[in-house]
Design a protein around this ligand. Structure first.
Ligand code: SF4
Ligand code: SF4
Length: 96
């Protein structure tokens, strides 16, 4: 998903291929095609497309892929979406 981006070079996404077992879960759950499986290892193919949703981290059996969810892009964009709506009061302002 190339059109939904925030800032380049700010994502906390990290991948340790040494402990990746090639299950493909991260590639399957990533909504933005950031990760692909190649030769039974995960590869980050679009780092700046990562919205830090945390789906890959939550589904990785070995913690080979890691991100700090909600501290960057995804948090910022969600706040922009809900600003001024009834959901606004449920979002804290202690980030970004
Ligand atoms: S945090 Fe979300 S957007 Fe980023 S690589 Fe993982 S699943 Fe994809
Ligand atoms: S979910 Fe984890 S172990 Fe599975 S392919 Fe992705 S990084 Fe590797």
């Amino acid at each position: 998903m190339k059109e939904l981006r925030y800032l380049s070079g700010v994502t906390t996404l990290r991948l340790d291929q040494d402990i990746c077992v090639g299950c493909g879960q991260c590639a399957m759950v990533c909504p933005h095609g950031v990760v692909q499986l190649n030769h039974r290892k995960a590869h980050i193919v679009d780092l700046n497309g990562c919205m830090e949703c945390g789906a890959c981290t939550n589904n990785c059996p070995t913690r080979a892929i890691h991100v700090q969810p909600g501290v960057g892009c995804a948090s910022y964009i969600i706040k922009e979406w809900v600003q001024g709506t009834w959901m606004d009061k449920y979002i804290t302002n202690n980030c970004c």
